[in-house]
Ligand binder design. Sequence first.
Ligand code: FEO
Length: 465
Amino acid sequence: MKKYRCVVCGYIYDPAEGDPDSGIAPGTPFEQIPDDWVCPVCGVTKDDFEPLEDDDIKMEEKVKPHKQVRNADMEYNEIVPGVFYVGAEHWDRRLFDELIPLPDGTSYNAYLIEGSEKVALIDTVDPEMIEVLFDKLDRLGVEKIDYIISNHAEQDHSGAIPYILEEFEGAKVVTNAKCKNMLIDLLQLEEDNFIVINDGDELSLGDKTLKFIFTPWVHWPETMSTYLKEDKILFTCDFFGSHRATNRLFVEDEYKVLEDAKRYYAEIMMPFRKHIQKNIAKLEDYEISYIAPSHGPVYPRPELIIDAYKDWISDRVENKVLLPYVSMHESTKEIVNFLYQELTARGIKVIPFNLIETDLGHYAIELVDAATVVFGSPMVLGGAHPQVVYAAYLTNALRPKTRFVGIIGSYGWGGKLADQIKSLLVNMRSEILEPVLVKGLPKEEDFDRLIQLADLIAEKHQSLK
Ligand code: FEO
């Protein structure tokens, strides 16, 4: 019986052994494995396997695929020979930038590249986790670091640079001019700590070569990516990242990682959608075997995250309405519930968010591709409820591709609820629909106005097809 090899990660399916962990008994020919079986190492489907010829088998006996080596030797987290993950998992961090919820923690990924002549460290870790980085370098027996590549000046990646400079005498920080100036401001580094590179420059480590690709605005203006030419690994820092603490080096559960990455994109990258379009186009010149971001696991199948990003940054929106709202005395809630039912009856996906309880990260994820947002608020202190004001402010700051915005709510005697929300949405290129504000509890004529709003949204969504 023929063996088959995963073209993505090199795992070999041997029919004599089967895959008992996935319910495939020893002796099962590859052709008889169910179609929904996936590679036990990297998770791709049967379509990504190729038959192994006799010559290949002889070669496999001599050379173990690197990911099999990695699985047998998780301690050192080796992506390919000479390239190691030396980052830190921050399991219990629950807020990033004192703003962004982290339900699964996060990681600060640093990578060590050992060339035949020089050693480079790609990014560092949050200074709070410096001991983890030092411990990993110790266990690898690292005695010198020649270059610290700084892809991004934000302190979760750069904050430990001063400690590395102190520990490894003679090390230089390699980065672009903009990032250098930021690092001098943020970390008080000295001019002579740096080697400044330009877009497209290369740096030899001996048998490995780094190429610098400027990818601005993923997340700050100075951000860049570093490409390891011989191994086709792209180190992207925040770009393509996901806030997730995991001790698995590679993406294993693609669905979960895509959800994490979408949350990350929504909260960090979405405001820079147009820049990302240019950066992704630029990356198309490169053959990429791995994307190694500085948050979350490494992608052994780069097209997973690149294709997802292409969709998120596209102009495509879904037939979906978000309903962020607050209700104080049930009037607004009744209005929201009625609109929810009317939109549902028109075949529209509707997601309400009670802003008193909601995880705004979840709201941000849905903003990535929702066609419409309808804010619901009672009038309070002459304007919208402060939680709705915050949601509107955040929505505006994230600059989603939302096409239509509605405003609904309830008031007692008057106020500027609708004007206030509109004034917060200056960055949005959305069409603002006629607000539906109700005095007290909704009456028959108010329900009629809500029906008209549901009709209008359905009609607008039809025009998107
Ligand atoms: Fe992960 Fe913009 O820092």
